[in-house]
Design a protein around this ligand. Sequence first.
Ligand SMILES: *Cc1c(COP(=O)(O)O)cnc(C)c1O
Length: 414
Amino acid sequence: MQAAERQIPVHAPMDQFRTASGELLIGGIPISRVAARVGRTPFYAYDRSLLDQRVAQLRAALPKSIKLHYAMKANPMPALVCHMAGLVDGIDVASGGELRVALDSGANPADISFAGPGKNRLELAQAVAAGILINIESFREVAILADISKTSGYPARVAVRVNPDFELKHSGMKMGGGPKQFGVDAEQVPDLLAEIGKAGLAFEGFHLFSGSQSLKPDAIVDAQGQSYALALHLAEHAPAPVRFLNLGGGFGIPYFPGEQRLVLSSIGSNLAGLAERARRELPEAELVIELGRYLVGEAGVYVAEVIDRKISRGQVYLVTNGGLHHHLSASGNFGQVLRKNYPVAIGNRMGEALESGVSVVGPLCTPLDLLADKMDLAKADVGDLVVIFQSGAYGLSASPQAFLGHEAPVEVLI
Ligand SMILES: *Cc1c(COP(=O)(O)O)cnc(C)c1O
């Protein structure tokens, strides 16, 4: 690499996937064969062995006593949730629909928890009947749960989701600190705990989630330390011993040029210290972290086929049959402030000479339908396969599939 080139931020290498004979391998299978097996494009493909690998790496880096939960909103594909259920210690759901998939996955209901700012009565009743842990996020939920418990005769297992008085610094999405729709403000929690005690609900612990998509170990260490301290303080007001303490997650993956994979060592040693303290200070508590994208994001690709190659005033456009209706986040329209490119490659032309300044667009009649803006890609033509990496989380289920009425893509787990 030339010295001058080193200045330009580049994508982290997508070396979680191997290549052979110029083809990207998904689950060990060349991508054009995967496409033939799926029978059509576009599709999402998730690689089972990468899911296994990621959980194994994480377990090796974290203390054994830390429980690992999968936040399934990152990817709710039923086969993938089933696979994850066999790898992790619990599943976190955020709706009645997700709860159904989690229960189908074979996860033990005792290890499923439910968070979300607007749980309706029906969802709460389902959750109580299922025997899962409900993270209470408002005073209203206490009253409804007490009523459901009384009328159904099933005990309601609850934890309190706390809106902390701090946030996860430098994170992609802040979900705690200041005014938020999530959880109950830390300063109101003592009153809420009193209500829970009066209502006779089975109190089990606390849930704190301060943010998402952080690539800064120091910020994660800091947030986990503060979450522990806040929970310890609030535990003094609890109607029962803390048995469950969810310290959140927020581990990010590299999407954009210049971003690098998170180094887990300091997070692991910090959690070991917190686990050691918890053995003394909260002896009945199980410490949990909950992760979505970190577990599944890097294991998935979105694959679309080039259906036209156009040159407009010198600019090369690869027009594909996939676009923002399937993959909103890769188009830059799912929370990004400045649009940046996801890592992209031509999956059946790996290692071939690059053509510079190529844009990949979808079939939708909007300039927002952009999957790669002026990137260096192997020279591609009609029939070639455009691969968008880092697509295992917040892909299909986070995209407006009905927009413009194209067919839905397929999802496969390989
Ligand atoms: C969205 C969410 C997660 C998952 O976030 P990731 O960035 O995918 O890890 C975890 N917990 C809660 C409460 C969430 O809302």
